[in-house]
Design a protein around this ligand. Structure first.
Ligand code: BGC
Length: 405
C-alpha cells in the first residue's frame, strides 16, 4: 500500500558544519583531535566549505525541499568579540544558493563545537557562557536571519554535555557532576535568551532545539528496570526539556535506535565508548558498525511520547543508521522505508509531524569514531573527495517524488 504523506510535508536531509566543512582550526574539537582523543583528525572533512555547490546539486536532484545544516561559531567569532565578516558572507552565499534552488533552510547555531577561546576561558559550566552565546546569536540572526526558515539554537545538547562533563570523552574532558548540572542550566538559559533575541529580530521565526530522542527499553527485573528506563528518558529529555518548554515553537527529534538497557553488577565503571554507565549497559548489535540496534517502531513510540509531553509541532530533524563503505546499501533502504512507515502511522493517528530529515546527505566525520561509519546517501571517497550516490539515494528520491513509501 502506498502510504502518502501530507502535501506540505517537508522532505529533507541533514549535515552539520564541523562534520562536513573541513578546516575548522579555531574550534575546540580541532584541538581535541590533535591531542589524539578521537579516531581521526577531521582535516578537510568533506570540504563542503568549498564544494557546497556540488552538494547542493545532489540535494536538488534528490528533490528535497528542506536542508538542515549548521554554522560554525568558531569560524564566525574566531576571537572573543571579533566577528569575521568574510565568514558571514560565505554563509550568506551558501544559504542563498539553497534559496535559489527552492530549498528551505533549517540552521543550527551550536552543533557540539565551540571556539577554542570560549572553551579555554569559559565553558558551559560558567555563567558568562549565556551572554557570550547570546551575543553570537544576535549577530548571526541580524546578518543571516533573513535566509533562515527554521532556527535551531542547540543540537542535542545533552549528548556533548554528558560526554564532556560526565564521561570525559568530549571537550572539556571533565568528569564532574556539579559542573555538568551547571552546564545544563546555562545551556537552557542560553537557549531561552536566544529564543527571545531571535523573535525580537524576526517575529515570525520558528525557533527550537533538537533532542536525541532514542527509545529505551529495560531488560531484567521488572519494576526496577522500568524505572531505569524512565530515568534514562528523564536524563535525556526532561532535564533540559522542562527548563525550556515555554521557549520552543517546535520540537526537533533525532531518532536513531533502540537503547536496550541491562544491569550488570560486575561492571560499575563509566565507559561511554562501550556504552557502560555505573553498571548499566546498553546492549549492542555486533553486526552494526557502531553496534547500534535498529528499531523502526521506536520512532513511532518516540513521536507519541514527545507529542504528549510537549504538545507542539514536531520535526524529525535526524534519522539514519551507519553502514560500512560501499555503494550497495540495502540496509539503508530498508531503514528509510521502515522508519517512514512508522512516521506515516503516527501522522495517521493525528500526531503533528511536519517534516523528516534523513541523516545524512553525505558520509562525514562521525566525531570520536572518525571516518569509518558511513551515514551518507552519497558516498565520499576521502582520498579524492569524489562523491558518488548510493542506491539509497535513488530510493529516497523515489519516495520524495511519490510523497510516500
Ligand atoms: C548527531 C550527529 C551524529 C549522528 C550520528 C546525532 O546524534 O546530531 O552529529 O553524527 O547523531 O551519530
Amino acid at each position: 500500500m502506498n502510504k502518502k504523506f501530507p502535501k506540505d510535508f517537508l522532505w529533507g536531509v541533514a549535515t552539520s558544519s564541523y562534520q562536513v566543512e573541513g578546516g575548522n582550526s579555531n574550534s575546540d574539537w580541532w584541538e581535541w583531535e590533535k591531542a589524539g582523543k578521537a579516531d581521526n583528525e577531521s582535516g578537510k572533512a568533506c570540504d563542503y566549505w568549498n564544494r557546497y555547490k556540488e552538494d547542493h546539486d545532489f540535494l536538488q536532484n534528490l528533490g528535497v525541499n528542506l536542508f538542515r545544516s549548521s554554522i560554525e561559531w568558531a569560524r564566525i567569532e574566531p576571537e572573543e568579540g571579533v566577528f569575521s565578516e568574510d565568514v558571514i558572507l560565505h554563509y550568506r552565499k551558501i544559504f542563498k544558493d539553497l534559496k535559489k534552488r527552492n530549498i528551505k533552510t533549517q540552521v543550527t547555531f551550536w552543533w557540539w563545537t565551540s571556539p577554542l577561546w570560549f572553551q579555554e576561558k569559559y565553558g558551559w559550566h560558567k555563567k558568562e557562557s549565556v551572554e557570550i552565546f547570546a551575543r553570537y546569536v544576535e549577530k548571526v540572526t541580524k546578518e543571516l536571519g533573513d535566509l533562515i526558515d527554521i532556527f535551531t539554537t542547540f543540537n542535542e545538547p545533552m549528548v556533548p554535555l554528558g560526554q564532556g562533563y560526565l564521561g570525559g570523552v568530549f571537550p572539556p574532558g571533565n568528569k564532574n557532576p556539579l559542573k555538568f548540572f551547571r552546564a545544563v542550566s546555562n545551556v537552557a538559559e542560553a537557549h531561552n535568551v536566544s529564543y527571545k533575541i531571535i523573535h525580537q529580530i524576526k517575529p515570525e521565526a520558528k525557533v527550537g532545539i533538537t533532542y536525541l530522542y532514542n527509545w529505551y527499553e529495560a531488560e531484567g527485573f521488572g519494576i526496577l528496570l522500568n524505572s531505569i528506563n524512565r530515568i534514562a528518558q528523564w536524563f535525556r529529555i526532561d532535564l533540559l526539556g522542562d527548563k525550556i518548554k515555554n521557549f520552543q515553537d517546535y520540537v526537533g527529534i533525532n531518532y536513531y535506535r533502540l537503547g536496550k538497557i541491562k544491569f550488570e553488577l560486575k561492571n560499575l565503571k563509566i565507559n561511554p565508548r562501550e556504552q557502560k554507565y555505573f553498571g548499566f549497559t546498553i546492549e549492542e548489535d555486533k553486526d552494526n558498525v557502531m553496534k547500534w540496534i535498529t528499531y523502526p517502531k521506536g520512532i513511532y513510540l518516540v513521536l507519541k511520547e514527545a507529542s504528549k509531553k510537549f504538545q507542539l509541532p514536531i520535526y524529525i530533524t535526524e534519522n539514519g543508521g551507519p553502514t560500512r563503505e560501499g555503494l550497495n546499501d540495502p540496509e539503508r533502504i530498508a531503514f528509510i522505508k521502515n522508519h517512514l512507515s512508522f512516521v506515516h502511522k503516527a501522522i495517521q493517528e493525528g500526531i503533528d509531524v511536519r517534516g523528516y530529515n534523513f541523516w545524512s546527505l553525505v558520509d562525514n566525520l562521525e566525531w570520536l569514531y572518525g571516518y569509518e561509519p558511513r551515514f551518507g546517501l552519497v558516498e565520499i571517497n576521502y582520498k579524492t573527495l569524489e562523491r558518488t550516490p548510493r542506491k539509497s539515494y535513488f530510493e529516497y528520491q523515489k519516495i520524495i517524488k511519490n510523497r510516500g513509501v
